[in-house]
Design a protein around this ligand. Structure first.
Ligand SMILES: Cc1cc2nc3c(=O)[nH]c(=O)nc-3n(C[C@H](O)[C@H](O)[C@H](O)COP(=O)(O)OP(=O)(O)OC[C@H]3O[C@@H](n4cnc5c(N)ncnc54)[C@H](O)[C@@H]3O)c2cc1C
Length: 416
């Protein structure tokens, strides 16, 4: 089924009886060429690009709940490519380019909205660091603008410019950054993958791997054994637990990250804003809710709900930055499980087990990576070679000391 303005008008006038389900609900087959574990944005994007770009493969996505029930459906939807380090910048820029064409590619309205991001500057040292980052972004084609205090004031007059403790001295803007509708991304990729023959198998938990003589033969699931020549694991916050079933211990800690949304307000915030003197970021949804978040919960957890001290910390950040947020009523808060690595950067790599591949360690920021992570993981699964923009995302970087520490905080997963 193709979507078009004409189809929407026709269905509106004929009682919406002509819409077909977006994807099938197939039973698992005995064997596939490639099984992807995890039906989040990354797993579905991987299946989509495998089917679209790498040809005649039999592919299944196996998801323990419903697709998008993990982080893909819980994040704050920010997309950006404002990175500094050479290991990261080309990868996130590829992702941004894929975002820019996503709706055409999937023929699905994922509400990609390039409304810009502004990282606020509060000290002279921070301005120097952001100027350096901005230069790296310009060189890579990501685009950047250094804003003066007056320019920020003109664009965001509601911020607290009189705050003596955290004075706003300017901002670094990436005009091409923005937001996308997270569910829409999942559904667009799912629909596109299904249309190209991928089996999306929901309510099917992977409970183990069948491995013989160092080679993976398939996955044990709650719906029986599924054979596979290759298995790609893309389970985000569950990475540690799932890979432990293959006997692997990962350089990853799982933490809860919370997000919040206020009641709907009139359009106030033009793009995404990040506080530079604490951890707080905010944007406004198309329905009017202020969508915001901050730090992860400090200790390791697999519970998909957060704790009150972080709620207080996030709201304090919001109040310091824009006191008017104190007048908005909080509508909802929720938590998701983020897979924090030791250097804050991801892993897209083969494992020591033949036929078993891993995509994970996306920390705070894997939503914006969804298209490129899917594309690069599909490339690795299909060709056995890393894509050129993902060559740094290897397991052995921790052995070799070639860490990609974008934030420069060292081996402290909760600080990245
Ligand atoms: C509150 C919050 C806000 C965030 N905000 C942003 C943001 O603004 N911008 C940004 O770039 N990133 C953000 N992120 C991070 C981003 O959401 C994730 O990095 C990204 O979604 C992870 O990839 P995914 O979509 O594939 O993960 P998920 O959607 O979590 O997919 C993994 C899937 O694997 C499934 N699974 C787990 N175990 C098994 C098993 N044994 N068998 C089968 N299936 C299994 C899960 O059910 C899940 O559906 C945020 C995350 C959170 C929690």
């Amino acid at each position: 089924m193709k979507f078009s303005g004409f189809k929407v008008v026709k269905e509106a006038l004929t009682g919406h009886k002509g819409w077909a389900p977006l994807w099938r609900n197939p039973a698992p087959k005995a064997e596939y060429d490639i099984v992807i574990v995890g039906g989040g944005g990354h797993g579905l994007a991987t299946a989509f690009y495998l089917a679209k770009t790498f040809g005649e493969l039999k592919v299944a996505v196996v998801e323990k709940g419903w697709i998008g029930s993990g982080n893909a459906g819980r994040n704050t939807t920010i997309i950006r490519s404002n990175y500094l380090l050479p290991g990261n910048q080309p990868f996130y820029e590829l992702s941004m380019k894929l975002w820019e064409n996503l709706e055409q590619e999937t023929n699905f309205n994922s509400m990609v909205s390039q409304r810009g991001i502004i990282n606020l500057i509060h000290t002279d040292g921070q301005r120097d660091a952001y100027r350096r980052r901005g230069n790296a972004m310009m060189i890579s084609g990501a685009g950047a603008r250094l804003l003066s205090r007056d320019e920020v004031k003109q664009m965001l007059p509601f911020l607290n410019f009189d705050n003596a403790r955290f004075p706003i001295k300017g901002g670094l803007m990436q005009p091409r950054a923005g937001t996308a509708r997270h569910d829409g991304v999942v559904w667009g990729y799912a629909r596109g993958a299904d249309a190209r023959g991928v089996d999306i198998i929901q309510n099917c938990e992977v409970t183990g791997f069948r491995i013989e003589n160092g080679k993976v033969l398939g996955v044990e699931t709650s719906r029986g054994f599924i054979g596979a020549k290759k298995v790609g694991v893309s389970v985000a916050g569950s990475s540690g637990r799932v890979m432990a079933k293959a006997g692997m211990r990962l350089p990853i800690e799982s933490h809860v990250l919370q997000a919040f949304v206020s009641e709907g307000l009139k359009p106030t915030i033009p793009g995404v804003i990040t506080f530079g003197a604490g951890h707080f970021y905010v944007s406004q949804s198309d329905k009017g809710g202020l969508v915001f978040g901050g730090d992860i919960d400090g200790y390791n957890s697999y519970a998909q709900r957060g704790n009150l001290p972080v709620v207080e910390d996030v709201v304090e950040g919001g109040m310091a930055l824009m006191p008017m947020i104190g007048r908005a009523r909080l509508l909802r808060g929720w938590g998701g499980l983020v897979d924090m690595s030791m250097d804050g950067s991801p892993i897209i790599d083969k494992t020591g087990i033949e036929g078993l591949y891993f995509n994970g360690a996306w920390n705070y920021g894997g939503f914006k990576a969804t298209p490129a992570a899917g594309y690069c993981f599909a490339h690795l699964l299909a060709t056995d070679h890393p894509h050129e923009v993902a060559t740094a995302f290897r397991f052995d970087r921790f052995e070799r000391g070639y860490v990609i520490d974008e934030k420069g905080v060292g081996a402290q997963p909760n600080l990245h």
